[in-house]
Design a binder for this molecule. Structure first.
Ligand code: NDP
Length: 291
């Protein structure tokens, strides 16, 4: 049993039969200012103490400095207690550059292996090359598994056609109460194939991605019922899917603590119905939302 499974059992099963924590911490916008570095390291450490032991980063975030902040936060932890995720730019995902990017990310984190390495978005990446390179990184012990991000259904279908494409572990996508497009077709497609999700922007960037969320009486009513904040309701809306992990980013200690306790909030069918009144799942295909 993995250490993160022992912590609280709040994990999901990956296609390879291993587990991944379901509540983690994002790092986008961290590492942008030296003056904020210590607060960012402390926030991640606090979140780790509270059991949010999946850290999501990318070579893109502050040119690797977000990865180094995550690396600093985990120094006192047993490596097996933390699940580290990073992402590679599509233009670095070809056979030659992928290995170089991965090595740099490992150096930034100060670790020998990543738990999950994602293609950040598809753009014009050659999927056969990406998968070949990812599998090679697994063989060399640099990563434990790989996945994709911002892949819509047609991208997943293209991935399924390349050799070993079906070994994809996760698709990380934008998902929250105000952005439910994936529920129409991508979610059923991945569920049929047992591919879990990782939701980014799970709290809609503190509500700012869609202002109606925090102005909604239905969200406030649900929050009151659960003695929670509206943002906690947004996070619990994401975590109600058992095959979905969420990676809220928070630097404020209060936010970190509020996010950690969301694991104990259980929304009922009536709650979901109420929330869906203002923010319904789409009844037709909509373009995938990205930030
Ligand atoms: P989030 O939805 O996680 O929102 C982050 C914002 O919400 C911050 O301003 C934070 O404030 C605030 N916040 C967090 N918790 C609370 C709370 N309990 N109450 C009130 N406000 C809160 O957006 P992100 O864009 O950061 O997405 C999360 C992560 O997903 C990223 O950090 C990144 O790791 C990943 N990501 C991946 C993408 C991809 O293309 N694959 C794209 C975008 C994000 P504060 O920091 O001040 O505490």
């Amino acid at each position: 049993m993995n250490a993160y499974q022992r912590t609280d059992g709040f994990s999901l099963m990956l296609p390879d039969g291993t587990t991944m924590p379901r509540l983690g911490q994002g790092t986008w916008m961290m590492g942008e200012s030296e003056g904020k570095r210590q607060a960012e390291v402390d926030a991640l450490k606090n979140g780790l103490t509270l059991g949010m032991n999946l850290l999501d980063s990318a070579e893109m975030y502050a040119d690797g400095r977000a990865e180094s902040i995550a690396g600093e936060a985990i120094i006192e932890y047993d490596r097996s207690d933390v699940f580290l995720v990073s992402k590679v730019y599509p233009w670095n995902a070809g056979r030659d550059r992928l290995s170089k990017s991965c090595e740099q990310s490992l150096k930034n984190f100060g670790v020998e292996t990543l738990d999950l390495y994602l293609l950040h978005w598809r753009e014009d990446a050659d999927l056969a090359e990406v998968v070949y390179g990812m599998e090679e990184l697994i063989d060399r012990g640099k990563i434990r598994r790989w996945g994709v991000s911002n892949f819509d259904t047609e991208d997943m279908e293209a991935l399924w056609k390349v050799t070993d494409g079906k070994k994809c572990a996760v698709n990380q996508v934008l998902y929250n109460l105000g952005s439910r497009g994936i529920e129409f077709d991508l979610m059923p497609w991945q569920r049929e194939r047992g591919i879990p999700f990782m939701a980014y922007c799970p709290v809609a960037q503190g509500g700012s991605l869609r202002e109606e969320l925090l102005n909604s009486g239905d969200v406030w009513e649900t929050a009151q019922k659960h003695n929670a904040t509206p943002i906690q309701i947004l996070l619990s809306f994401v975590l109600r899917h058992e095959d979905m992990a969420a990676i809220p980013k928070a630097v404020s200690q209060e936010h970190v603590e509020q996010n950690a306790v969301v694991r104990s909030i259980r929304l009922s069918e009536d709650d979901i119905e109420l929330l869906s009144r203002s923010f319904p799942a789409p009844g037709r295909k909509t373009p995938m939302e990205k930030v």
